[in-house]
Design a protein around this ligand. Structure first.
Ligand code: SER
Length: 314
C-alpha cells in the first residue's frame, strides 16, 4: 500500500500536492506535516513536525511507515539571501536527515530542486539537463547540494531518490513565500483589485514558469515512473512556459484591457532573476518519464483570473 509523508505541507506546493495525493490514495494514506499548526479548516491527516529534529522524524517514520516521502520544507531564494545560514541548515540539514533515515526505512525520496540550481556561467537559453551549476545565491547552493546528495544516496546506498528542477510556480490556493518568481502570483490579485501591479523585476526579465496543476502532475508522474527508466537521480529540468513580466501583463490585458504594469525595482530579486535561465531544456524528462505539461501562458492566465476572482468574491 502506498503511504506518503509530506513535509512543508502547508506551503504553496505542499497544499496542492497534498490535495492530489489525498484524492488518489485516500486521507489515511497521506500524512501532512509542517512546522506550524494548520488552520481549523485544514483537511486530512496532519501533525506538526520540525524537519531539523532527526529524532522526531524517525519517530514519525517508524509510526506511519511511509513508502514515499515528499520533502518540501525549505526557505526560498529571497528569504535565503536574508538568512543564508538558516537556509543552509534548513534546506540541506533536513534533506540529509531524511536521506539517512531512508537508508534504513527504504522509502522513495522526492526532493524538489529549482531553476535556482543554475547561475552565472550556465547557458540561459535551452539550459541543458547537464551543465554548469555555480549558483550565486544560498538557496541555489542548497539546491545543488540537495541534488548531489540525492545522486550520492542513490549510487552509494540504493535510496530511490527523485527530483525536479521547478521553475517559478503559479497558483491561487496558498501564497508562495520569499521567492523571486512570486511576482507571477501576486500580479493576479493586484490586477483584479487595483488594475495595476508594481513589479519587483524589470519588464524584460525572462524566466521559466509553470502552473500548479502541472507541477502537481509532474511530481505524481515522476513518482509513478519505473525506477529503471530514470537516468538522472539528482533532478530533472521541467518547464511549461517562459515569459517576461511585460508578456504576462500583455496576456492579462486580453481579459483586463486597462491593466497597468509598473516597475518598482527590488535589487536582490533582480540580481537573483538575472542569474537564472530564460528557458530550460526539459527533453530528458519528456523522454525518460513522459513529462507533458498542459498549461501554456494563455490557459494559465485565464484560469488564474477566474480562480482569484472567485476567491476575492467569497
Ligand atoms: N520559485 C523559487 C524562488 O523564486 C525558485 O525555486 O525562490
Amino acid at each position: 500500500m502506498t503511504k506518503v509523508l509530506v513535509t512543508g505541507a502547508l506551503g504553496q506546493l505542499g497544499t496542492e500536492i497534498c490535495k492530489s495525493l489525498r484524492l488518489r490514495y485516500g486521507d489515511e494514506a497521506v500524512l501532512q506535516t509542517d512546522v506550524r499548526p494548520p488552520s481549523p479548516a485544514h483537511q486530512g491527516y496532519y501533525r506538526t513536525l520540525d524537519v531539523l529534529e532527526r529524532g522526531a522524524i524517525e519517530q514519525v517514520v517508524a509510526n506511519f511507515q511511509p513508502t514515499i516521502v515528499i520533502h518540501l520544507a525549505a526557505l526560498l531564494s529571497a528569504t535565503g539571501e536574508r538568512w543564508p545560514e538558516l537556509a543552509w541548515k534548513l534546506n540541506v540539514g533536513s534533506a540529509l536527515n531524511l536521506l539517512e533515515i531512508a537508508r534504513e526505512a527504504g522509502f522513495t525520496f522526492f526532493l524538489p530542486s529549482s531553476i535556482a540550481a543554475f547561475g552565472p556561467g550556465t547557458p540561459v537559453d535551452d539550459t541543458p539537463q547537464i551543465t554548469v551549476q555555480r549558483p550565486s545565491t544560498m538557496y541555489g547552493i542548497t539546491k545543488v547540494t540537495g541534488e548531489l546528495l540525492c545522486e550520492y544516496y542513490f549510487t552509494r546506498y540504493g535510496v530511490d531518490t527523485r527530483g525536479l528542477r521547478f521553475p517559478g510556480l503559479i497558483s491561487h490556493s496558498a501564497p508562495p513565500g520569499g521567492g523571486t518568481t512570486d511576482y507571477a502570483v501576486e500580479i493576479f490579485e493586484a490586477a483584479l483589485r487595483h488594475g495595476r501591479f508594481a513589479c519587483p523585476l524589470a519588464p524584460d526579465t525572462r524566466l521559466d514558469m509553470m502552473y500548479m496543476p502541472d507541477a502537481s502532475k509532474a511530481v505524481m508522474d515522476l513518482l509513478d515512473a519505473p525506477a529503471d527508466k530514470l537516468i538522472h537521480r539528482n533532478a530533472y529540468n521541467v518547464t511549461a512556459m517562459s515569459f517576461t513580466p511585460a508578456e504576462l501583463a500583455e496576456a492579462i490585458r486580453v481579459h483586463l484591457p486597462r491593466f497597468e504594469l509598473v516597475h518598482e525595482p527590488d535589487p536582490t530579486r533582480q540580481r537573483i532573476a538575472d542569474s537564472w535561465p530564460n528557458r530550460m531544456d526539459d527533453r530528458a524528462a519528456r523522454q525518460e518519464w513522459g513529462w507533458d505539461p498542459r498549461y501554456d501562458i494563455q490557459a494559465m492566465v485565464a484560469d488564474m483570473l477566474d480562480q482569484v476572482e472567485r476567491k476575492l468574491q467569497s
